[in-house]
Ligand binder design. Structure first.
Ligand SMILES: [Zn+2]
Length: 450
């Protein structure tokens, strides 16, 4: 090796160390996992789910080849295959529950079942939980039609396939706390499966730090306007939390926190991690809980006070969404596999995987994060308490202007107090804990300390 090459290598080591201190280091294990995401696997999953004809929530549960029951049992059997390689840590269940007739989209009392795989954490003292979902059910033009074909390739076999790919890859690794992978049902009938799980989580006081819903992530062409976009995906996050106490509301107004809800922090976190680990995919932050006047499976979680977001393709195609399979005026309607963009879907799955793993390996978030306000000064002093549990390498102070959608600057510190030359009048801040491999907690917005 030439001397210049050695010098270059030394420089590289030096600079990677500098980067390390600034927390932009890539975790080789996350890179490896991202490389394990296969579009062929997800295409096979989508084709299998489509093969059940319809997965309408109220469709046949007895047949082994058609209807929601067959689909549920197949997803569970796949989870059980992954479980064999998990050292006994992945377990699966069809969580059955009864929904009363609602006079709307549930005609009679019905038994529904979410298919759920739980990857037990390795640290019994870490009570955090993360949930990733897609919805198993599909629909035809008439939401009550449980008989006609409803392939649901994109809506939402795509989300289920992404969730299963994460379960497959992540169950071969160890994470300190519990991860739940779930194919919910009843979405099209009124978010019933997600509501059931969100209520279970609330009643049992699960410490759900993040809930990620993937609903329609495999189409890259808009109907009507014919926009083709396979480089962006929308992440929806609520602005003002659904569940907010009077004191929290008062604090939000006092600190101008209208664009910094925990769900919005999660959305920005996804953007940062995706930029780091996924090529040719940009996160489009949409400042609403879901699409205009619509909702999704993350909504019941938001309503129960959890931090929850939705991934959804950049452009939707209404010829292939909630449509009977048919040809009219030479236009093919229906949510068919032939309209899927599996390479796009793969990138969105990689974004899910990088985010979910980075967060699953992160230390807990710092607590008591505050900003000192006793003196008038153009510096800002932030203080916080080190989190319990997994050891922390340091902290990132995230900084952005009040009019910016995403963090613009990161200052890395080792201490639990920092004075920075940025005025709190002109900037917004948050603090996250970080371990030696760059895994970062969700950022915490500071409250004033007098
Ligand atoms: Zn859907």
């Amino acid at each position: 090796m030439k001397t210049t090459s050695i010098l270059y290598l030394l420089l590289l080591v030096f600079f990677s160390h500098t980067n390390y201190a600034q927390s932009t280091v890539d975790d080789p294990e996350i890179k490896k996992m991202v490389a394990e995401v296969k579009s062929e696997n997800m295409e096979a999953t989508v084709r299998k789910l489509v093969s059940f004809g319809t997965r309408h929530t109220l469709s046949d549960t007895k047949s082994n080849t058609r209807g929601i029951g067959a689909a549920q049992r197949w997803v569970k059997s796949e989870f059980d295959k992954y479980a064999l390689k998990s050292g006994g840590r992945l377990t699966s269940v069809i969580d059955f529950f009864t929904i009363k007739a609602d006079g709307k989209r549930i005609a009679m009392d019905s038994q529904l079942g979410n298919v759920m795989a739980t990857l037990k954490g390795t640290d019994p003292t870490d009570d955090r939980v993360m949930i990733i979902s897609g919805h198993l059910d599909s629909r035809a033009s008439d939401v009550m039609d449980a008989k006609s074909d409803a392939p649901g390739a994109n809506d939402d076999a795509s989300g289920v396939a992404a969730m299963m790919e994460l379960a497959r890859i992540m169950s071969q690794r160890e994470f300190p706390f519990t991860l739940i992978f779930v194919a919910v049902v009843g979405e099209e009938q009124g978010l019933y499966g997600a509501k059931h799980l969100a209520d279970v989580a609330k009643d049992a006081k699960w410490n759900v730090v993040a809930m990620i819903n993937n609903d329609m992530i495999g189409n890259s062409l808009s109907s009507g306007t014919l926009l083709r976009d396979n480089t962006r995906v929308r992440v929806f996050s609520e602005a003002i939390p659904y569940l907010e106490t009077e004191a929290e509301s008062k604090m939000r107004k006092a600190t101008n926190r209208d664009n910094d809800s925990p769900s919005r922090q999660l959305a920005r976190y996804i953007k940062t991690v995706t930029n780091q680990y996924v090529e040719q995919l940009d996160i489009n932050l949409v400042y609403r809980n879901d699409r205009f006047l619509r909702g999704g499976d993350h909504t019941p979680f938001s309503q129960n006070g959890f931090t929850a977001i939705r991934f959804c393709e950049m452009n939707e195609n209404y010829d292939h969404q909630h449509q009977d399979v048919r040809k009219e005026n030479n236009i093919q309607y229906g949510d068919l596999t032939e309209f899927m963009d599996f390479e796009y879907m793969k990138k969105v799955t990689c974004s899910n995987l990088a985010t979910f793993s980075n967060l699953a390996w992160s230390p807990k978030a710092p607590t008591n994060v505050g900003i000192e306000v006793k003196d008038l000064t153009n510096f800002s002093t932030l203080v916080w308490t080190a989190p319990e549990g997994k050891s922390v390498y340091g902290y990132n102070i995230l900084i952005r202007e009040t009019s910016s959608q995403h963090w613009e600057k990161t200052i890395f510190v080792k201490d639990t107090k920092a004075e920075i030359p940025y005025s709190k009048d002109n900037f917004l801040f948050a603090v996250q804990a970080i371990d030696a491999l760059g895994h970062s907690s969700l950022p915490v917005f500071p409250i004033p300390i007098r």
